[in-house]
Design a protein around this ligand. Structure first.
Ligand SMILES: [Zn+2]
Length: 231
């Protein structure tokens, strides 16, 4: 059952490893099938050693439909996200170090780099602390996500979401890239911010980037002055 999708999840898990977002068996990935079942990675297994049969097929209310492995220890929180956000089809949880580090400093990661506007659709909020494996992880994700595709779980890790695994993976990889740039800048000086209007513009522009979208409408491309800048 769902062989192709199971292999797609394993491949995405290996990419998380390749981009330095998880170590060994850290984090987890889950994917909603059009027929409603949720595929969840098994607990404590290394992605490059996983095979399709290691994946657990679950119902939305948490019953195991297929699979002999124990599902991720975060399954309750993950299912909460799928239950409360029918628009979300993929959830990725990582312990990616740079993005997680931001939660040690502040409550929000502003999209001062345009890549964050692209991959996460704007600012990314940090949730209050909740323990790993708790349903609160999922509740906080739903509460703090808004229109964004990511939240940072304070003192813990990151949750990214998407209508597809590809979108959730993009959000995780580029969130980390932006976090590295941000922390590098912050380590040596004051951060200069984009204003809300500029961030909104980058989010809108990136809706037209990539195959399958039309050209960026010209009216979207005007320069918006920064705060305090002359018109
Ligand atoms: Zn975790």
């Amino acid at each position: 059952m769902f062989e192709k999708e199971k292999l797609e999840i394993i491949k995405a898990g290996m990419k998380l490893d390749r981009y330095g977002l998880v170590s060994l068996a850290g984090g987890n990935l889950s994917l909603r099938m059009p027929s409603g079942e949720i595929l969840v990675t098994p607990s404590g297994m290394i992605y490059e050693e996983m095979v399709a049969d290691d994946m657990v097929v679950m119902s939305l209310d948490g019953k195991v439909i297929e699979g002999t492995r124990k599902p991720s220890s975060d399954t309750e929180g993950i299912l909460y996200v799928f239950q409360h956000r029918p628009d979300i089809n993929a959830v990725i949880h990582t312990h990616q170090p740079y993005a997680t580090a931001i939660s040690l400093l502040q409550d929000e990661f502003r999209a001062d780099l345009t890549t964050l506007g692209n991959a996460c659709r704007g600012n990314v909020r940090c949730t209050p602390y909740s323990s790993p494996g708790s349903v609160e992880m999922g509740m906080d994700t739903v509460k703090y996500l808004g229109d964004s595709l990511a939240v940072i779980l304070s003192h813990h890790g990151v949750m990214t979401v998407g209508d597809s695994l590809k979108q959730a993976l993009n959000a995780a990889v580029y969130l980390e890239e932006c976090a590295r740039g941000y922390l590098a800048a912050r380590a040596v000086g004051e951060i200069r911010h984009l204003n809300d209007e500029q961030i909104k513009q980058t989010v809108e522009i990136y809706k037209y980037v990539g195959q399958g979208h039309g050209a960026i409408p010209h009216e979207l491309l005007g320069r918006i002055p920064g705060d305090g800048e002359k018109q």
